[in-house]
Design a protein around this ligand. Sequence first.
Ligand SMILES: *[C@@H]1O[C@H](CO)[C@@H](O)[C@H](O)[C@H]1NC(C)=O
Ligand SMILES: *[C@@H]1O[C@H](CO)[C@@H](O)[C@H](O)[C@H]1NC(C)=O
Length: 331
Amino acid sequence: MIMNYFGLLLLFHVASSVQHSLRYFLTATNGVPGFPEFIGAATVDEVQVGYCDSNIKTAKPRQDWIRRLIEEDPKHLEWYSDNKWIKTVFLFFFNFSCLSGPSILQRMNGCEWDDETGDIKGFNQYGFNGEDFLAVDLNTLTWTAPKSQAVVIKLLWDEDKANLEFNKNYCTNQCPNWLKNYVHHGRSFLQRTESPSVSLLQKTPASVVTCHATGFYPDRAEIFWRKDGEEIHEGVEKGEILMNNDGTFQMSAELNISSIQPGGWRRYDCVFQLSGAEDDVIVTLDKSVIQIPVAGGVAAFLLLGVAVIVAVFWLRKRNGEETMYFLHDRI
Ligand SMILES: *[C@@H]1O[C@H](CO)[C@@H](O)[C@H](O)[C@H]1NC(C)=O
Ligand SMILES: *[C@@H]1O[C@H](CO)[C@@H](O)[C@H](O)[C@H]1NC(C)=O
């Protein structure tokens, strides 16, 4: 029990030390039906802030605070809106692969910044057909190639010292500066808390009871079942945190009720804790509050990904003016 208690504290401590991120996700496809040739997305602290694809042509801000920032600073207006750059790299990759069918090239670049320690971490990595393909190593200033097919590209790109220096500068200066600016502008949005609605769901009287919390923000949250006020693990199955369409999150924890006597139900409760929120939400296991789940449920994305693109593939992200320069002029 003590272990659990400290484990939980540690979890919350780590989760609330404020790690920010700016990520750009680019996806280029070749011959994938119904999919734009090129998709770009940007996220700040896992929140999608912009989107662009080869059908809509113009990059669109996805959050009001980003829209305001763009209005204040016209430089930001020049979101990338064509796909020349990615096409070139795509052809390049395609040339080196022996595949003839539909192909997908993805890139994720960006940076993370810890606003307590000041630590900065930059990254720029490519995936090809869903596999990690190339990533820049900022310590050795070389490219790493986990797949043998990528080694030939690695060797070529390793020769391009100017580009490697550009990557380093981008990851350690430019990107963190943009990130700090975004976080500053988006502060009230990114640091808000939204409480969820928490309900108990059960398909049939013999099924597990699902404690379902939806509509909360941020994604730093815990849900668990207690018996007589103590957290229990046996017969409990926790789900992953999922993102709702509106940018809030949902998660659930199932309780196997097969061994619980009818008179013992009220000894159990479900607890939802949100980082930054004052009060936990507690729902007592009680037949009268149980609902039957609505068929279809709420559309949600795995938190691993951020947008539809991401759920389908491997990367995520989008961008602003300086990165546009980066995209078009550098690999
Ligand atoms: C693809 O390969 C051909 C033949 O090796 C070469 O001529 C062409 O320049 C390459 N294209 C790209 C975009 O690398
Ligand atoms: C619930 O627990 C019982 C007994 O421990 C087990 O037989 C049953 O398969 C469990 N039900 C589910 C849905 O996990």
